[in-house]
Structures are given as C-alpha cells and as structure tokens.
Design a protein around this ligand. Structure first.
Ligand code: HEM
Length: 432
C-alpha cells in the first residue's frame, strides 16, 4: 500500500521562493494530511478547512499562548506577560468579559460612523500621490490608513501616531515568528513597555477631555464606574492598536496585488461596484493577511483522527483552509461571484475577529478608490518581497504606476486624463 510521504515542515514557508508559491506549498501539505505533526515546530499543523474551522471554536483547545510565563526566555517575558492578559490569548470567562467590554466600540453601527473618516483619509492619500503617477501602495496607503483609523478610534493625537506605529512592528514580528533571537525579543518587549506607558498617559490625561465616540471616552467612563483592572485594560488597548493596523495593512496590499494580477476581475468590479462587498470577502479568502491561529490542547483529545496530547500546540492554517478545494471549488480562481463557502480569514468561533466590520469597511473604500481614482493602474517591474512571518502575509512594498491627472489649462483645474482602456488595472510589463 502507498504511504504518503511525511509532510515537510511549515517552516519552509519562510523561504523567499516558497513565499511566492505559498499556496502550491500549502496544497502539498494538505494533500499529505489535513492535520500533521511538525517535528521542527514541535506542533500540530491543521491545513484542511473542516479541521481548521472546527478546531478554532473547539472548547477542548485553549487560546492561552504562554501557559508557563516563567518558562519563557527572559527577553520575551515582559511581552509574554502583557499578551497573556489580552483577550486573543485568553479563554472564558476572562475572554468573554474583555470581549463584552471592548466590543462596544466595534458594533457595525459604531464602525459605520467611521465611514466618513476613512473616505476622507483615502481621498487625502490619493490626492497627494496623484500628481506623481507613482505610488508604493504599502508605504503610501496600506500602512498609514489603518493606523490613522485605529488611532482615531482610540483617540490618539495625530502627532503621536508614527511613534506608536514604530513600536508595533517589533511586537508583530515577535508574535509572528517563533524563531527570533534574543535581541528581537528584547526589542519587542521594550516596544510593548513603551506602548503601555503611552496608553496609560493617554487614558489618564486630565488636560483634555477624551474626544467623543472614541474608545478613550468609552474606557474613561467605564473605569470611573467600575473596579476594572487598569493594566488589563491597557494590555487590550495595545492589542487593538496592533491587531487594528498590521492586519489591515497586509489586507490592502494583498488585495491590490490580486487585482493588479487579475485585470479582468478589476474591470468586472469597476462595471459592477455592487460586487465590492463580495470582492472584499473573496480577496480575504484568496490571500489571507493572517495565515495562522494558535491553540493548545487542554487535555488529550482526538482531532481529525489523530491523538493530540495534553499541552501540545495546534497551529490552524487559515491560509491553507481558505484554499481547500473541499470547501471552495477551484480555490485558486479569484471569483467575486463564488457561491457559498465560508472563509476563515477572520477566524471562527468565540475569537472571531472583533475588528472584522472595520476591516471590511476600510477594504471596500480602498478598493473603490483604487478602481476609480487611479487610471491605468499597473504594477512596476520589481521583484515582490514578502514579510518573513508564518502568522502574517504581507508585502514589504508594492510599487505601482498610473496616469497622473493633467492640468486643464482652460479652467486651471486638475482633471483625470482619459484613456483608450478606461481606468484599467493591469500589468505594466511585469512577469509577476
Ligand atoms: C483584514 C484585517 C484583519 C484580519 C484578516 C484579522 C484577522 C483576525 C483573526 C484570524 C482573528 C482570530 C484569531 C484567533 O482566533 O486566534 C482575529 C481576532 C481579533 N482581531 Fe482581527 N483581523 C483584522 C482586522 C482587525 C482590526 C481592524 C481590529 C481592531 C480594530 C482587529 C481586532 C481583533 C481582535 C481584538 C481580535 C481578538 C478577538 C477575540 O479574541 O475575541 N482585527 N483577527
């Protein structure tokens, strides 16, 4: 009888040449097993959609990332202590309590209020870039936009945002890789300490009242009326700050790349803008910004026919689940009218992404702007470089060119040039 070869380690996904063909690599892993033991990572890896979605909400699996803080390296320990207080890495009842508190800031209604701010911020970025005819979508749009919005939501003044963002990078790197050296871990811990000190000063400042409708206003009211543990609150604000922008940044970059590589799909969206919400979902499925979720077995259990020992880690590969042919026919096709199928890009179960409504709204507004405001948008000839992370998938830069608006000398106003191929998204001369 033919025995399938043992699957390769997920760590191979970090090789630059695998990153470019990541989903072929996942196919190889999934065809070997929908759940396998990865000896190099010392963890189970789930690749199939059925096992990933059921395990994400399985109460036999815990979300606690560091069950024994003292076992964590000295450099990483300060960061691990803070992460351990965040809802993402907690189980009920702490998880439910924290989620109930912070979810008030993320109801679809609360998020809809942000629509105008998001549109205004996108407009400003595009107007600034338009005369040049060139843009790095990652640096110019995908990084600043989600940061602006999450900082607006938290009530962070504009002048402090770049500093906060510079702390978030090392923390995201530490969360996204298990193979960082002591210096990286120390930098991540220090960045978290700075972030918390900043948030503490922000939430306790008396000189200015919190801007209305911000999370700062909500939390100030809450802490005044309850005996809420303030450090726990700060840890969760830090979670929002990091989760609220690193992920959406990657989403915008990955979605723009997918559209640039599929000009027909872009044309379809331009002629049928009512498909944009469906396109947001399909783009999240197609190249998911968060590639994996972490769980830990509370006790020995059976999962997908395998025995998982108490305490063992199970990595749920959302990126692979979202390309599973058993859940999505022709999974490698970008199809905005794909029937059924539920992607797991925002996770599944009790930890389902709290910021999903916000991320969807930002995505929809950006897509519309890219399609309508930057005529003849095309990829520049440049090799693509992906961030080195198993957790997050995102480009380090995405250089594009487009036709700049021309000056209408009669009226003295700026107008968009007209084109034989109206506002086409496509390739300049790229082989990507
Ligand atoms: C496209 C962008 C985003 C993606 C792909 C994404 C993805 C995810 C995923 C996969 C999870 C579940 C993790 C798990 O179960 O282990 C999650 C949870 C979470 N996300 Fe997002 N996220 C995005 C944007 C945001 C934004 C904008 C915010 C906040 C402003 C946010 C805040 C959170 C929080 C607080 C949790 C933890 C929820 C809980 O533990 O109950 N996310 N996200």
């Amino acid at each position: 009888m033919h025995t399938p070869a043992p699957p390769a380690s997920l760590l191979l996904a970090l090789r630059p040449r695998t990153q470019e063909r990541l989903y072929d690599f996942y196919d190889e892993l999934r065809s070997a097993a929908d759940l396998f033991w990865d000896r190099r990572l010392d963890a189970w890896v789930a690749t199939g959609h059925a096992v990933v979605s059921s395990a994400a909400g399985d109460p036999r699996l815990s979300s606690v990332r560091y069950p024994d803080i003292e076992a964590v390296s000295e450099e990483l320990r300060p960061l691990a202590r803070v992460l351990s207080r965040q809802m993402l890495y907690s189980d009920a009842p702490d998880h439910s309590r924290l989620r109930a508190l912070l979810s008030k800031a993320f109801t679809p209604r609360a998020v809809a209020v942000l629509r105008e701010k998001i549109s205004g911020a996108v407009e400003q970025i595009i107007t600034h870039a338009a005369p040049t005819g060139r843009m790095d979508i990652v640096a110019d749009l995908a990084r600043p936009l989600p940061l602006t919005i999450i900082c607006d939501l938290l009530g962070v003044p504009e002048q402090d945002r770049d500093t906060l963002s510079s702390w978030s990078g090392p923390i995201a790197a530490a969360i996204g890789s298990s193979r960082l050296d002591a210096d990286d871990n120390r930098a991540a811990s220090q960045s978290m300490t700075h972030t918390l000190a900043y948030l503490r000063a922000l939430l306790t400042r008396q000189d200015t009242p919190p801007p209305p409708h911000t999370l700062r206003a909500l939390l100030t009211a809450h802490t005044e009326n309850t005996d809420q543990d303030f450090d726990e609150l700060l840890a969760n604000c830090a979670l929002l700050l990091i989760a609220g922008h690193e992920t959406t940044t990657h989403f915008i970059g990955n979605a723009a790349l997918a559209l640039l590589r599929h000009p027909d799909a872009a044309d379809q969206l331009r002629s049928r803008p009512e498909l944009i919400p469906a396109a947001v979902e399909e783009l999240l499925r197609y190249d998911s910004p968060v590639q994996l979720m972490l769980r830990r077995a509370r006790h020995e259990l059976e999962l997908a026919g395998r025995t998982v020992a108490a305490g063992q880690v199970v990595l749920l590969l959302c990126g692979a689940a979202n390309r599973d042919p058993a859940a999505f026919p022709d999974p490698d096709v970008l199809d905005f009218q794909r029937p059924g199928g539920r992607h797991v890009a925002f996770g599944y179960g009790p930890h389902f992404c709290l910021g999903a409504a916000l991320a969807r709204l930002e995505g929809a507004i950006v897509l519309e702007a890219l399609l309508t405001r930057l005529p003849a948008l095309r990829l520049e000839e440049a090799p693509l470089q992906w961030q080195r992370s198993l957790n997050f998938r995102g480009l380090t830069r995405l250089d594009v060119a487009f036709t700049p608006p021309s000056v209408n000398h009669d009226s003295g106003t700026l107008t968009m040039a007209t084109h034989r191929r109206p506002a086409g998204l496509g390739h300049a001369s790229s082989s990507t």
